[in-house]
Design a binder for this molecule. Structure first.
Ligand SMILES: [Zn+2]
Length: 115
């Protein structure tokens, strides 16, 4: 059954390379539909060929990306603020804890379907 489905897939779609899928964020079978519904969240299925994306298990990968990207951004801002104005530690805690929380929550709900 699985072998028959694979033959059908090859007959209907010219499969994109893994590099194309990664760079464009497109469906791994047809190359047309969007793979992601938000920045790091894969969709349920392809809107073009209806490939079920349930086999895609990203695990903790998206959380690591968010931690690294936001951490790099906030660390650069904190270092710039410290070297420029040397504020007391409570200013850093007031600013950066809120900013990290807001950015982490916002990326969860950011919709990239219009990109
Ligand atoms: Zn597709």
């Amino acid at each position: 059954m699985a072998r028959r489905k694979k033959i059908e897939d090859e007959a209907l779609y010219l499969a994109p390379t893994p590099m194309q899928v990664g760079l464009r964020g497109c469906c791994p079978r047809c190359g047309e539909g969007k793979l992601f519904v938000s920045v790091l969240k894969p969709g349920k299925s392809c809107m073009n060929c209806e490939l079920d994306f349930e086999f895609i298990d990203s695990g903790d990968g998206p959380a690591v990306f968010v931690i690294l990207i936001i951490g790099f951004f906030v660390t650069a801002l904190a270092m710039t603020l410290q070297t420029s104005y040397a504020p007391p530690i409570w200013v850093h805690m007031l600013l950066w804890i809120r900013l990290i929380s807001i950015l982490s929550i916002c990326q969860r709900y950011y919709d990239c379907s219009s990109i």
